[in-house]
Design a protein around this ligand. Structure first.
Ligand SMILES: C[S@@+](CC[C@H](N)C(=O)[O-])C[C@H]1O[C@@H](n2cnc3c(N)ncnc32)[C@H](O)[C@@H]1O
Length: 294
């Protein structure tokens, strides 16, 4: 089965690579948060058993209904529908893996999202999120540079109107398909950016992870671009397993560079190896009566 998007191939590759942590024969439960029509769920369901035959996979997904999705006939029937304000409809620690594709830039209350993510993720599990950061030059919904950086609503509407007059962005498509007049287009799309996007910075994403007891990094960000370039330039599909041996410096350099392009991969782990009292136990052991005894 073909992927509908390179982002889906990339998230599959991250899951396949990181699934090495799960013991052979175990069942791995995967959640797609903000799954849209469920295309990534369908793709993961088809590919994961083939690429990781030693594991069993169960893939679930939920979508938020606040933006009109519940009446959408293209939604898979097994998708759970909730409001953005609801707790995710799953028990604590019920998933080994959580993924999301192009969702985090739309989440109005990221603290709620991260809190629910921490709650449903099993200790030892991981999570991967592909999305554009605030540093991105290109606003991918409007196809206009830096539109998401303008917080002043009037200025944003004026910018969209002016850019559209010069033939930039998506106005032409909208006009041809729906006959939308320029004024209305600028009005609606300024509201879209203002109310349906909330781009996080590199720092905010890592701070949210830390505040919710998740280990945060941007592991695999470079691999996504490697995949895009290999497919576009060389028409070759890269293998679905990335190199598990990481260089933290190379990963950091990749995100510093690629965060200005389209998307990054936020990689989170629910694990904490530090135990309180360790320092006291070491001090006690070093100073204890056994010291010097034969
Ligand atoms: C660009 S679409 C991506 C859909 C899907 N993940 C895909 O890859 O096709 C953005 C999605 O984010 C979802 N979304 C927005 N706010 C959300 C939230 N607070 N929690 C979960 N999903 C959210 C929207 O409903 C929408 O489906």
């Amino acid at each position: 089965m073909e992927a509908k998007s390179t982002t889906h191939e990339h998230l599959l590759s991250v899951v396949v690579t990181e699934a090495a942590r799960f013991p052979e024969g175990s069942t791995v439960r995967v959640l797609d948060a903000g799954c849209g029509h469920g295309d990534l769920m369908t793709f993961l369901n088809a590919q994961l058993p083939r690429l990781r035959p030693g594991l069993r996979f169960e893939v679930r997904g939920f979508e938020v209904t606040d933006h009109g999705r519940p009446n959408d006939r293209r939604l898979r029937p097994d998708i759970d529908c909730i409001s953005v304000r609801d707790p995710w409809p799953y028990a604590d620690e019920s998933f080994d893996v959580v993924v999301s594709n192009q969702v985090l830039e739309h989440v109005g209350d990221p603290s709620h999202f991260f809190q629910q993510l921490y709650r449903v993720l099993r200790t030892g599990g991981f999570s991967a999120h592909l999305f554009p950061l605030k540093h991105c030059f290109w606003e991918g919904h409007l196809h206009l540079p830096l539109a998401h950086r303008i917080r002043n609503r009037d200025l944003l509407r004026a910018y969209i109107r002016l850019a559209s007059r010069f033939g930039l962005g998506r106005f032409g498509d909208h006009f041809r398909a729906l006959g939308t007049p320029l004024e209305l287009f600028a009005e609606q799309h300024a509201d879209f950016i203002l109310f349906f996007t909330r781009y996080l910075s590199y720092r905010q994403a890592l701070d949210l992870a830390q505040a919710h007891q998740l280990r945060g990094s941007f592991r695999y960000t470079g691999e996504y671009y490697g995949r895009v370039i290999r497919k576009k330039l060389f028409r070759r599909a890269p293998p679905y397993r990335y190199n598990p041996r990481r260089s933290a410096l190379a990963d950091w350099l990749a995100v510093m560079f690629w965060r200005h392009a389209i998307g990054v991969t936020l990689f989170l782990e629910k694990r904490n190896t530090y135990e309180h009292g360790t320092e006291e136990r070491v001090a006690a052991a070093l100073a204890g009566p056994a010291r010097g005894a034969i």
